[in-house]
Design a protein around this ligand. Structure first.
Ligand code: ZN
Length: 214
């Protein structure tokens, strides 16, 4: 049976930016990957509809090879941290039984990302998920310096898939700089690659990891 990875994002496009290369790499190594996006209601300046953003997430998933995308019904900037949301994620975890769980960093400056990280901690209790990782916040978030990565993944083989998955979010892509965003994300991967002597890398803070990751 294939190993399974679940990625929990607060919003569509979060995880492609933070760890799309790693997701695609693990899929190429035989993992089944699933993406849970906690929000599905957005009111943003680009006036993109919620449906459009969901469709973009499906397209990004197709590019990376993600098996299934799940949307919860929460509103952008208003994800609650309560028993109800934790039991919903618990149920999904009971169903999927992922070996690896990735979500945001608890010191990310976006309140929805913080909540997603807390949910990750809650649902990975009692050792029921072997590998639990926080992805790297983007540098424009001021708390980036709280992020202390210990795990670096060589994504030289999947950087193009990552960048194309980011481009699939057409409603967000131009708003956050278009090709300049791509250049910056590529530069970030190059910088992390420099740390481990490869062309491109992504990195993670390890909450828990055992040798089953590989
Ligand atoms: Zn986000």
């Amino acid at each position: 049976m294939n190993k399974k990875m679940l990625v929990i994002s607060a919003h569509p496009d979060d995880m492609e930016l933070e760890c799309g290369g790693t997701i695609a790499k693990f899929i190429s190594k035989g993992y089944d990957a699933y993406h849970l996006i906690l929000t599905s209601k957005y009111v943003d300046k680009a006036s993109s509809s919620s449906l459009q953003r969901q469709n973009e997430a499906y397209e990004a998933a197709r590019i990376l090879g993600i098996k299934e995308v799940f949307f919860f019904e929460y509103s952008d900037s208003n994800i609650p941290l309560d028993g109800d949301i934790i039991s919903k994620v618990d149920n999904l975890i009971d169903r999927l039984k992922p070996d690896t769980l990735i979500s945001h960093h608890p010191f990310d400056s976006h309140q929805d990302h913080k909540v997603a990280a807390e949910i990750m901690f809650a649902v990975s209790r009692q050792g029921r998920i072997s590998n639990v990782l926080s992805g790297s916040p983007l540098p424009y978030r001021p708390n980036i310096f709280a992020f202390k990565p210990q795990l670096f993944i060589d994504i030289s083989g999947t950087i193009d898939l990552k960048l194309n998955a980011i481009r699939a979010y057409k409603s967000q892509f131009e708003r956050y700089g278009g090709e300049l965003l791509i250049e910056r994300i590529e530069a970030m991967a190059k910088y992390y690659g420099w740390a481990i002597g490869c062309e491109y890398a992504e990195c993670f803070e390890v909450i828990r990891m055992d040798d089953s990751l590989w």
